[in-house]
Design a protein around this ligand. Structure first.
Ligand SMILES: [Zn+2]
Length: 764
């Protein structure tokens, strides 16, 4: 970015811009005027300068030159605004290594050109530029004066290094003859993350102390708005001016390139004030923060306005859409790999709740962080409603994910790769997609200053993938005031079911969920020597039989009210509806259906399920094992108790039951919420708006979610969301806790819009 200005024609820019110059000066009678709108930097010492200021030799010409072509673009745009001055005289203030000084000299047809820079290191490089008529001098550009009137004063990316722009522009103007031209270009990227982060770090220890408690000013903060430069130039008597803001979007290959760029410019102010070792530490922390933690970070400008992607020097705006934003956030969450294997010290969700906090910062919201155990982070953000009696809404996502078997994945499960419009990684479906989508929706609302009638709360929790012990359950018990809400939306509804409906797409929204009953089975045998297995009492062999019996066990088919309501509202052809409502034909359907996703879902929705998931047994290759431990993941239907499940298990294991000890690990009964609520109606309106002609249908999710804690606490809780049709239902269903988990970007967009629109519709 850059702006600036000129004489006879002139221009300014602001985010990234080139500025240019101005035409003919008016009579010298016109005296400068108004310094209105000035920002005063009095009190901040002079800045080291690439071109301008006093401290120079933190400048490294080699590093600066790395992005030569990117840096040159604004210069040539600026030059394009200056009229040629055959045989004229030119000064290039802040000339750096001088290549562009020579280019200006030639372009303008000048007789002689003087390049001035405060950096001796830069000027050493300029010594190679030996074109006739071009000379270089070491000096302070802020105090530049000329013995004879010049035709052109040009300054590219240097003015921001000096203080008091009105005074400096006045001096430069005084060096011009009557028809002289002033052309200036400055960056306008003070609010870009690369700059914001640099300033924030300088306030952290040990840097702050090393800087004497007085970090050097970020020079781009001196850059004024284009209109202010126009006012100054007008006051200086320029008859013509071109003040403009030009955006230069540079796509660098990686974040480390961004760091390199900034090291060559903006960070030089720390290089000159910090000892080498400490500056190295500063750059390291800067890089890692830019790569993960504090990125993406954006001020509260409206979405789609474009995000300042990185750097200084000149611009770096690349357009950002909601898709980019939610994708970026999701990728970072995936890479945090908050894997919850059930151990209290696993998960370490604080990495992701910190990331989300940093993402939501700057919206003026209070963010509250809670940890049940070190590292088990939970984050709450809220937009307070204006009417305490209006119903409140909580959007809840979990930050943890389940473990992976990386060998079975086609891509890095924690790489967060974007491939052909899909983001890959553990959590892409369950449920970092929604955790990030809700955050983007929430931030959008907060950033625009939206004030709902009812309170909106965003909650990111730990430990959903185990038992919620350190997440939702703990929050509701220990900090109920922070999270209690009348309505709760969480995973995982809104994936179009491939049903032969007579009336448009059908999206299930989860109004209830099955219960969990986790048990450990200890299969007993008798130890012996592995060399004599005949007629031995081998616990592994017996466990194999137990597992097979459980896998083949067929519990009764349950046609519940929720199932019946789902089938009815799905508006299916009569024969299919009849089939799905009859226990016998439903069993045949799930056994024979080609659509494995639908078959599994329909089966789970109407049956108690038993999944053997862990087996441990044996101690040594030559020892017949006497014990095998099996873990079962059992999902229960509404109304079923632990006793009911035990009876089914005995029935499944049959005559081996007396050799198997059953130990309940945890039990959590099924929960459900009513369907006919104002929230249900809101969700229906929003879905129909985003996917025209569609209808929501109530469904019971077959997995457990944190919604159960909120239902028990009195909230109406739904599993909600909205997905595109890019990923098949079968793939979708198999990716939960499965391999090759991924999400398409259109679904990410729909998710953000769904949560944002529901909040507006329901709370406004
Ligand atoms: Zn989940």
């Amino acid at each position: 970015m850059t702006p600036p200005c000129g004489a006879r024609r002139q221009s300014c820019s602001s985010p990234a811009g080139a500025g240019g110059p101005v035409p003919a000066r008016r009579s010298s009678a016109t005296r400068p005027s108004p310094r209105r709108g000035w920002r005063s930097w009095a009190g901040d010492g002079p800045e080291p300068g690439g071109s301008g200021g006093a401290v120079s030799d933190s400048w490294d010409p080699v590093r600066y030159s790395r992005f030569k072509s990117e840096r040159a673009a604004p210069f040539f745009d600026l030059l394009g605004l200056v009229r040629a001055v055959p045989n004229g005289s030119v000064a290039d203030l802040g000339c750096g290594t001088g290549e562009l000084t020579v280019a200006a000299h030639e372009h303008l047809g000048a007789r002689r050109t003087l390049g001035v820079d405060s950096s001796a290191a830069m000027l050493d490089g300029a010594a190679d530029q030996t074109t006739a008529g071009v000379t270089f001098a070491n000096g302070d550009i802020a105090m530049f004066a000329s013995a004879e009137p010049l035709d052109v004063v040009i300054s590219n990316a240097a003015l921001h290094w000096v203080e008091d722009h009105p005074a400096v522009l006045g001096r430069w103007t005084a060096a011009l003859g009557q028809a002289g031209q002033l052309a200036v270009q400055v960056p306008a990227n003070a609010d870009h993350p690369a700059h914001v982060l640099a300033r924030e770090l300088a306030e952290e220890e040990p840097f702050r102390s090393a800087l004497g408690g007085d970090p050097p000013l970020d020079p781009v903060l001196r850059v004024m708005r284009p209109e202010e430069y126009a006012t100054i130039l007008d006051g200086l008597g320029f008859a013509e001016q071109h003040v403009r803001l030009q955006v230069y979007g540079h796509r660098l290959a990686s974040t480390s390139e961004v760091v390199e760029w900034v090291r060559g410019t903006s960070l030089t102010r720390f290089a000159s004030r910090l000892p080498d070792e400490l500056f190295g530490e500063y750059v390291d922390r800067y890089s890692s923060r830019l790569v993960d933690g504090s990125w993406p970070r954006r001020a509260s400008e409206p979405r789609r306005a474009g995000r300042a992607a990185a750097v200084g020097g000149c611009a770096m705006l690349d357009p950002v859409t909601v898709v980019d934003e939610v994708s970026d956030l999701l990728q970072h969450l995936i890479r945090n790999a908050c894997v919850n294997d059930g151990a209290p010290e696993s998960g370490q969700e604080v990495r992701s709740t910190d990331l989300l906090a940093s993402y939501l910062e700057g919206t003026g919201l209070d963010l509250e962080r809670y940890e049940a155990l070190p590292g088990r982070g939970n984050l709450v953000a809220r937009i307070e409603g204006s009417d305490p009696t209006a119903p409140s809404l909580l959007l809840m996502g979990h930050a943890d994910v389940v473990p992976v078997n990386a060998a079975r994945w086609r891509r890095d499960p924690f790489g967060g790769e974007l491939v052909d419009g899909e983001i890959w990684g553990r959590g892409a479906i369950d449920m970092l997609n929604e955790t990030s989508g809700m955050a983007v929706a929430f931030k959008t609302l907060a950033a625009e200053g939206w004030r709902p009638r009812g309170t909106l709360i965003y909650l990111a929790v730990a430990d959903e993938e185990a038992l919620g012990t350190f997440g939702a359950e703990w929050m509701l018990r220990e900090h109920p005031d922070a999270v209690r809400a009348d309505y709760v939306l969480t995973e995982s509804g809104g994936f179009e079911m491939p049903l032969p409906s007579r009336s448009g797409p059908k999206f299930p929204m989860m109004v209830g969920e099955k219960g969990t009953h986790w048990v450990k089975l200890r299969v007993r045998g008798t130890a012996g020597h592995g060399s004599m297995p005949f007629r031995s009492d081998n616990a592994v062999v017996k466990a194999a039989d137990v597992v097979r019996r459980i896998a083949q066990f067929e519990p009764g088919t349950d046609i519940s009210d929720t199932w019946r309501r789902f089938v009815t509202r799905a508006d299916l052809p009569d024969d299919i509806a009849r089939l799905l409502l009859d226990p016998g034909s439903l069993r045949s359907f799930v056994r024979d259906s080609d659509d494995i996703g639908v078959a599994r879902m329909a089966h789970a929705a109407t049956h108690t399920t038993f999944a053997p998931t862990i087996a441990h047994g044996g101690t040594k290759t030559n020892v017949i094992p006497d014990t095998v431990e099996l873990t079962l993941d059992i999902r229960t239907l509404p109304g079923q108790t632990a006793q009911d499940i035990d009876q089914m298990l005995q029935q499944a294991i049959g005559d081996l039951a007396d050799q198997v000890d059953v130990e309940a690990q945890s039990t959590d009964e099924a929960t459900s919420s009513p369907v006919d609520t104002p929230m249900w109606d809101s969700m229906q309106r929003v879905t129909a708006g985003l996917r025209p002609g569609s209808t929501n249908v109530p469904f019971t999710t077959v997995g457990a979610t944190d919604a159960r804690f909120f239902r028990r606490a009195g909230s109406v809780a739904y599993g909600a969301g909205l997905f595109s049709d890019r990923i098949s239902f079968a793939d979708f269903a198999s990716m939960f806790h499965g391999d090759d988990e991924r999400i398409d970007q259109e679904s990410l967009r729909l998710g953000v819009e769904f949560f944002e629109a529901v909040a507006r519709d329901f709370l406004a």
